[in-house]
Write a protein that binds this ligand. Sequence first.
Ligand SMILES: *Cc1c(COP(=O)(O)O)cnc(C)c1O
Length: 394
Amino acid sequence: MMNLKEMDQTYVLPTYARNYVHFVRGENSMLYDAEGKDYVDFGSGIAVCSVGHGNPRLAKAICDQAQKLIHTSNLYLIEPQARLAKRLAELSGYDVQTFFANSGAEANEGAIKIARRYGEVEGEVKRYKIITLEHSFHGRTITALKATGQEAMHTYFGPFPDGFVYARNIEHIYDLIDDHTVAVMIELVQGEGGVQPMEKAEVQKLAETLKKRDILLVVDEVQTGIYRTGEVLASNLYGITPDIVTLAKGLGGGVPIGAIMTTHKGILKAGDHGSTFGGNFLSTRAALEVLEILEGHKNSGELDHMLILFEERLKRVAAKHPELFDKEVGVGFMRGLRVKEGKDAGDIIKAAFDARVVVLKAGKNTVRFLPVLTITKEEMELGFERFESALAKL
Ligand SMILES: *Cc1c(COP(=O)(O)O)cnc(C)c1O
């Protein structure tokens, strides 16, 4: 008989460098494998499980909805979709309409379509160029891959669509603007690129300049959105109003959903864009529950309290191990430890896993921490205890 690992390796296309741990259930920040061993999860499924594993409120919302309707298609009214769009506008404070997709890459694809559409004005020169940043990550579809400012990711799979240029940093964006530029797309805190927050003053100046020049600002909040940085959106934290914001990871608490919010209401008309699954009953009902849980968590002060404790705790680790880490980086619950040259983040992540705490890699050499947003003090302490015991063995 084939075991599960053999089955996976035989039948699943090997696009992931998998760790073959077999998780079977979870409870908030804790994961349990098939042997009953517990792990503290400081990765939350790459910033997805925002309200923790096995959240009873989310489970009940999904279950109740599944028993009524999961899907009818976008040909008909979808109550939780309308309510979710309204909540996203209210919570973010932006005067927006939202389109629902199923993933981050797909949300970014839609954002790029909106930007391109904005650049198509009858009687004027078509504007289509989009400036993105080096070390960015915007997803795995052909267009999102091309929008991603990492040359190594453009080695295969071409030809790619034209019209993407990459700026070294925010200052360099201004040099790349020409008559064909329609948008700038950035992450406010680069996630996959290595947990790299942008400078607030630089971002605010960029937003102002682009507005004056009628160039759209698209903020990819697939990772930073939905309270990951402590605010509903990182754009709120940075004090800007983008033309387009994309969301995905944390929005559904694990149920696949993506979203494109735009202040340019009515820019796409019936038939311009669409999705079979996007915004169906199940995913939007799940996202509504996630928002309600996290809004309560934020309003109670618990989210901000834990953010501060987590940052302090991480700074202590960095200070205690100058032989391993250069510094602590990040914002809110999107944090990292920059690993010293000559040391390998992979070794640290492996040692941490052996000590039963899950941490992730980002960029070339950053150990990344993306805890569930509802993490408790006890879970945090246990996780850091295990992480430090792993470091002591290196
Ligand atoms: C994860 C991520 C994406 C891609 O999201 P998928 O759901 O995997 O398509 C896009 N942009 C950013 C900033 C991300 O972190």
